[in-house]
Design a protein around this ligand. Structure first.
Ligand SMILES: Nc1ncnc2c1ncn2[C@@H]1O[C@H](COP(=O)(O)OP(=O)(O)OP(=O)(O)O)[C@@H](O)[C@H]1O
Length: 554
């Protein structure tokens, strides 16, 4: 379908302007003139010099120089004509993609913008393919005519190995195209995987999930390496084709020279034949092999993307609309012989739910946060976020703020809009008010005020990180003692802002007062975990009551 579409579009462009086909053919002939003339000119010049007819030799060289000059003009005109042939291709493909976009077949964010870029790439690739194939055909035609008119015996020596090399290349082309395509796709996958990890690197380090993330990236990287090796194997076929088609004819002429001389072929004709092979035939085959191998494959891969509707409908959007956490029979331990932190943990949080996790230091609260964020993998059971494995979440789908907040040198606005760069200033100002950043922003001189990370207190840094998470598009927010440097009133204000914001909120509590605000509370105080509301836990769970009594002075 793709190949037919390309041929159809090129055909339409040529039919729309019949003069275009004529101009392309005419200028291609001019461009290929040296391929036709070079052997005769060299043979004539050698014959002239050898026979003492310097005038004839110089005339032949003059003809060759004139032909090269004409070919240079021809090459320039060919570029202009090819540009006119491929321009309608750009318009037709782009119209097709935009129509699909409007009709909803591919309602991905930024699809049209990305398609525009890809269409440019495809157009350039098509121009390169047309240029290369056309140049090859006209050059080979020129060489064949030149050889046959120079000495048909030489054509007999040159053409069979050349055609064999061409055949090997054409046979290997589909496999080469497939392998190159696989390699490009594997390359993109590994870049995406590494890019996603890089985007969440701070969380990864904060949660000690380097190994897990390394494992996650290792799969695509290994696949890319395998695709690279498979590609290298067929690339060898290309070298064989080039050696057969480009260099065997040369050897055949050299080895056949005695035979040629016996059949009254002159030494000048033999040198002329060598010029045909080395200056025209071999470079033409090399150009076809590398041009089709690169531009042809790029054209096929890009058109594939453009003309085939995506088979996987944008999963991220849907997940973002239905945030939910499902922790199912999870067991986790750091290492084989370590005591398990959880043995059979299960709970579900739906959109709008808010859970506070409380428990003594070192019991595993941050570990639970990392499991929910998908930064750690449970030993048993599973953690789902938005219906998929939490480990496969895109970093933009959830926000995890650890204790030590990250801010960078730049304006307060830049710091706050880090995860949502398109947010309007009015929305940022509202978030500042909600989170309780107003006073600090005022001191800084407004949203444009410069943030100097070293000059800020830990609490101020936390407020900025909270404001940033509040504005982030993620609908799953995990605050891992992210308010520990705030005073209780500021902490309450920030948590309440997140509760009003919606989505799923998990607060790893630094103070037990967080539990009083949360509709659901998870008490971690040993392997038996208790989950309930503050009220039910207080009434039914003596450990919870003790824990609160210890922590909250009455
Ligand atoms: N990467 C790790 N490798 C091995 N053990 C770890 C690792 N991270 C944490 N631990 C251990 O796991 C246990 C739980 O740690 P975790 O940080 O989850 O507890 P916590 O309840 O969040 O503690 P705190 O309130 O002090 O932050 C602790 O004993 C800790 O030493």
């Amino acid at each position: 379908m793709r190949r037919r579409a390309v041929v159809w579009i090129v055909w339409r462009a040529l039919r729309r302007e019949p003069g275009l086909a004529r101009a392309l053919a005419g200028w291609s002939v001019v461009e290929a003139l040296p391929a036709l003339v070079i052997g005769h000119a060299v043979a004539g010049a050698v014959g002239g010099f050898a026979g003492g007819d310097i005038g004839s030799a110089v005339r032949w060289l003059g003809i060759l120089a004139a032909v090269w000059a004409a070919a240079a003009i021809g090459a320039q005109r060919v570029v202009l004509v090819v540009a006119r042939v491929v321009e309608p291709f750009r318009d037709i493909v782009l119209t097709h993609v935009v129509r699909e976009s409007i009709e909803g077949a591919r309602q991905e964010e930024g699809a049209a913008a990305r398609a525009n870029l890809q269409v440019e790439v495809a157009r350039d690739a098509l121009a390169a393919v047309i240029t290369v194939v056309r140049s090859f055909l006209f050059t080979v035609a020129g060489v064949v005519i030149g050889l046959v008119t120079l000495a048909p015996e030489i054509a007999l020596l040159v053409l069979p190995p050349f055609l064999a090399g061409l055949g090997v290349f054409l046979v290997s082309l589909p496999v080469l195209a497939r392998r190159q395509r696989d390699f490009l796709i594997a390359d993109e996958r590994s870049v995406t995987a590494v890019g996603e990890i890089a985007a969440g690197l701070r969380d990864v380090v904060a949660c000690g999930a380097e190994e897990r993330m390394g494992d996650r990236a290792a799969g695509p990287v290994r696949e890319q390496a395998a695709a690279g090796r498979a590609l290298a194997a067929v690339t060898g076929m290309r070298t064989v084709a080039l050696a057969m088609g480009g260099w065997l004819p040369l050897l055949a002429v050299l080895a056949g020279t005695p035979w040629l001389l016996r059949r009254d072929v002159t030494p000048g004709d033999v040198v002329g034949a060598l010029a045909y092979v080395t200056q025209s035939l071999s470079p033409a085959l090399g150009g076809l092999v590398s041009g089709l191998g690169m531009s042809g494959v790029r054209l096929v891969v890009t058109l594939d993307r453009l003309l085939t509707p995506p088979s996987i409908p944008a999963p991220r959007r849907e997940r973002a609309l239905r945030p939910a956490i499902e922790v199912r029979e999870v067991a986790f331990a750091y290492g084989e012989h370590a005591a398990p932190l959880f043995e059979n943990l299960s709970f579900t949080l739906t959109d709008g739910e808010h859970l506070a996790v409380i428990g003594p230091s070192g019991i595993g609260k941050s570990t639970l946060a990392a499991l929910i964020a998908g930064l750690l993998v449970p030993g048993k059971g599973e953690v789902l976020a938005g219906g998929v494995d939490a480990g496969s979440l895109h970093p933009a789908d959830r926000t995890l703020i650890p204790q030590e907040a990250y801010v960078f040198r730049g304006s307060l606005l830049e710091n706050l809009r880090y995860h949502a760069p398109d947010t309007g200033v009015a929305a940022v100002a509202r978030a500042v008010g909600e989170i309780g950043l107003g006073e600090f922003a005022e001191r800084l001189g407004g949203l444009g005020g410069e943030v100097d990370p070293g000059a800020l207190s830990a609490g101020e840094r936390q407020l900025i990180a909270l404001g940033r998470a509040y504005l982030a598009p993620a609908r799953i927010t995990i605050l891992d003692e992210a308010t520990c440097h705030l005073d209780p009133a500021a902490e309450a204000r920030a948590e309440e802002a997140f509760m009003r914001r919606g989505g799923v909120l998990v607060v790893i509590a630094h103070r037990t007062t967080s539990a009083l605000r949360a509709p659901r509370v998870l008490l971690m105080d040993g392997p038996d975990l208790a989950l309930g509301t503050h009220q039910t836990l207080r009434e039914n769970n003596p450990r919870y009551a003790d824990f609160l009594d210890e922590k909250v002075p009455t």
